[in-house]
Write a protein that binds this ligand. Structure first.
Ligand SMILES: Cc1ncc(COP(=O)(O)O)c(C=O)c1O
Length: 432
């Protein structure tokens, strides 16, 4: 059987470096919150395929739904011969989306595709072209979404020119001294210096920034953005691709603010491991583009819709919103204790189970420690734990364990993390 080393060599010869791997560990199989590699070694999974597996690897309900669907129909293309599961999943998401306005939903395959289409819908509806996004945002790697993404390296540098009419303002991050007032003042300056608000189609925001570093926007800030959008006829787009589907203790993170967005982009944990994304929005806005203006050959595939319906059942039946709060509390409590021992842990934060710790030098928020973060990801893997980094300065470890993880496995994973921190203490990448 091929070893991790063999596969890594073949991978380097056959696959471009542009698609990076954080670990040279090749997965053979996985169940709930555990992965086994090709050499039979077990890992506890705190990455969940980047926030895709809130319901865990191969949840039995999801597997059964996909297996059943495989026996009936795998593809017709919804635009050619529609099928009920697409309609039913849209109905369920419309009912789950926050706010009283009637909703409609359209499906795609990837998160970037959902964001691209939200932008198209917003432009068509408002007949305006400009879009405002936030520094540190991540909205995808396609041409339009990389423009919206608020991080140059490695996402934008060399890939230009960018989409015109996209503007960025700072995301409020209290740990780095950016207050909501600073962000609102930047918007005000933007409207004075760069773009007439009457030309802005939409503001797009992650209610909790994902790749940018797991920073939650204060609820009051989101409510102010809602009012600002209403005042100027701009749409508010909530990108819930990473924060959605019970991760933060609510189905959608924006619910914490009591805000009804005009459009919501969803993907990742929506279908428990199958590629599915969507835009949920106010029906009158969603109906703006004409027939044929939206769609895609594989968009909302029958297998993915079957998985999505099973995921929504699991979230409700296993009370995953409540579970997220429990998992988040366990993580935050243990990380706060580690913070006492390891000064490199500058900040521990999170909403529900969307939890992160930020690694800095000398307890200074302005001295990010990217080298230590990189070393910790590798050290954790040696201890049998898969973790992910993120952050504009690549110095944040994010915790995205499946919400279905057992308490025992969660504790064991945190033991691995502590052991990895101990391993690094006193090395070049000093944590203590
Ligand atoms: C908030 C957010 N938006 C969009 C995307 C892009 O999704 P995808 O990688 O499926 O294109 C991501 C992916 O990490 C994301 O976290």
């Amino acid at each position: 059987m091929a070893t991790n080393n063999d596969l890594q060599q073949r991978r380097q010869a056959a696959i471009p470096r542009g698609v990076a791997n954080s670990l040279a560990v090749y997965a053979a199989r996985a169940t709930n919150a555990e992965i086994w590699d090709v050499e039979g070694r077990r890992y506890i999974d705190f990455a969940a395929g980047i926030a895709v597996l809130n319901t865990g690897h191969r949840h039995p309900r999801v597997v059964a739904a996909v297996q059943q669907q495989l026996t009936e129909l795998t593809h017709t293309c919804f635009q050619v011969t529609p099928y009920e599961s697409y309609v039913r999943l849209a109905e369920r998401l419309n009912a789950l989306a926050p706010g009283p306005t009637p909703k409609k939903t359209i499906f795609f395959s990837t998160g970037a595709e959902a964001v691209e289409n939200a932008l198209k819908i917003a432009r068509y509806h408002t007949k305006r072209s400009a879009v405002i996004a936030f520094g540190g945002a991540f909205h995808g790697r396609t041409l339009a979404t990389m423009t919206l993404t608020g991080k140059v390296q490695p996402y934008k540098a060399g890939f230009g020119p960018m989409l015109p009419d996209v503007f960025h303002v700072p995301y409020p991050v209290s740990y780095h001294g950016v207050t909501p007032e600073d962000s609102l003042a930047a918007l005000d300056r933007l409207f004075k210096a760069d773009v007439d608000p009457e030309r802005v189609a939409a503001i797009i925001i992650e209610p909790v920034q994902g790749e940018g570093g797991f920073y939650a926007a204060p609820p009051e800030f989101l409510r102010t953005l809602r009012a600002l959008c209403d005042r100027h006829g701009m749409l508010l787009i909530a990108d819930e691709i990473q924060s959605g589907f019970a991760r933060t203790g609510r189905v959608f993170a924006i619910e914490h603010a009591g805000v009804e967005p005009d459009l919501i982009t969803v993907a990742k944990s929506l279908a428990g491991g199958l590629p599915l994304s969507g835009v949920i929005g106010k029906a009158a806005i969603m109906d703006s583009p004409p027939p044929g203006g939206l769609g895609g050959t594989y968009a909302g595939s029958p297998l993915a819709c079957a998985a999505g319906l099973a995921v929504l059942d699991v979230i409700a039946e296993e009370k995953l919103c409540e579970r997220a709060n429990h998992v988040g509390n366990v993580l935050r409590t243990r990380l706060a204790a580690l913070q006492q021992r390891f000064p490199a842990i500058g900040d521990v934060r999170g909403l529900g189970a969307m939890v992160a710790m930020e690694l800095v030098k000398k307890r200074d928020p302005h001295q990010p420690d990217a080298d230590l973060t990189k070393a910790l990801v590798q050290a954790a893997a040696k201890r049998g734990l898969v973790i992910l980094s993120c952050g504009v300065y690549a110095n944040v470890i994010r915790f995205l364990a499946p919400l279905t993880i057992s308490d025992a496995l969660l504790a064991e994973g945190l033991d691995c993390l502590e052991a990895a921190l101990n391993d690094l203490a006193g090395t070049a990448a000093a944590v203590a």
